[in-house]
Design a protein around this ligand. Structure first.
Ligand code: AMP
Ligand code: FE
Ligand code: FE
Ligand code: ZN
Length: 298
């Protein structure tokens, strides 16, 4: 196998990455530069509810020789809890699809404003008089809403860091934004069936992201597969080798393709593995994944 300058073998990919189009801290071009620097062959930018980073990534990818697969990460609301579904090879010029994504981002804005209200109330309740209040405009700016950015709790976390209420994104999730806390606000989320169908109608293939984060996921798989799920993200940021192996067995048993990615959100952040290209994902997974892309039409 050919070795690149940094000692990384050719033929590696990362199919789960976040840019400034959602809650990542690197611009799409900077992600591609980082991928090129470690010799990745193919990457997918999978922003939450947005394909806004794809065009810039593709332009940089062309220059640096990194292949960009179109991608997106969508949240779905199942009776047992939330699941995240990745969509690959979606058509970026599909108007119905892009309008659907825009509606999701609008729902995120309304929910973001509610998070700010609730977090401010909680900060007041805690009575630390030295803490300034959180401003929605600041959160909106951090999320780049004016240019179509998808706002999420991480942007609220960054605004909380800026006013000195918490020390870091992780600290914000640990004290104010995590599950069941003041800033854990639900929004009108859609069901897994609709999410999978939306991806397939845009020509894509739907993959269950970080499967173990979905409560009792193995029991949920048959209904997701019936809805058109095509793959399972078996290689993931913080999964150790034995867990990856176990998930690969589950994927094979259900006839799902195996995919993988880091869920990198930016340098110094603990989301996913915390580094692009980690853990290693081999490029031989690409062909079976793309073979699953949908040919159903609208
Ligand atoms: P949201 O889409 O607004 O619900 O926010 C979810 C995002 O927050 C995830 O995609 C992660 O990037 C980030 N996140 C979730 N939990 C944590 C945590 N405990 N610490 C830091 N970031 C987190
Ligand atoms: Fe995220
Ligand atoms: Fe996710
Ligand atoms: Zn993600």
């Amino acid at each position: 196998m050919t070795e690149v300058s940094q000692g990384r073998p050719f033929g590696q990919i990362d199919l789960h990455l976040h840019s400034t189009a959602s809650d990542g801290t690197l611009a799409p071009h900077a992600i591609v530069e980082r991928a090129a620097a470690i010799g990745l062959q193919t990457i997918a930018i999978t922003d939450h509810d947005s394909i806004g980073g794809v065009a810039e990534a593709q332009a940089t990818g062309k220059t640096l020789g990194v292949e960009i697969l179109t991608g997106v990460e969508l949240s779905a609301d199942a009776p047992v809890g939330d699941c995240h579904i990745l969509g690959y090879h979606v058509r970026v010029d599909d108007q119905v699809f892009t309008t659907w994504l825009e509606t999701r981002r609008t729902a995120r804005i309304e929910r973001g404003q509610e998070i700010v209200r609730r977090v401010n109330a909680e900060l007041r309740r805690r009575g630390s008089g030295t803490v300034t209040q959180l401003w929605w405009d600041d959160v909106a700016k951090r999320a780049n809403i004016a240019e179509g950015g998808a706002v999420g709790r991480p942007h609220v976390a960054d605004a909380l860091v800026a006013i000195g209420a918490v020390a870091s994104r992780d600290d914000a999730f640990a004290t104010l934004l995590g599950n069941g806390m003041a800033g854990d606000v639900n929004y009108d989320r859609v069901k897994p069936n609709e999410v999978i169908d939306t991806i397939r109608r845009a020509g894509g293939v739907a993959v269950l992201a970080h499967p173990t984060y979905f409560p009792d996921f193995e029991r949920q798989l048959p209904s997701l597969i019936e809805a058109g799920l095509g793959g399972l993200e078996c290689v993931y940021g913080d999964y150790p080798p034995h867990q990856i192996q176990q998930l690969c067995k589950v994927a094979i048993a259900h006839g799902l393709v195996i995919t993988g990615g880091s869920d990198f959100h930016g340098p110094g952040l603990k989301a996913g593995s915390g580094e692009i290209g980690v853990p290693a994902v081999t490029a031989d997974l690409l062909e079976p994944l793309l073979a699953r892309r949908s040919t159903i039409s609208r």
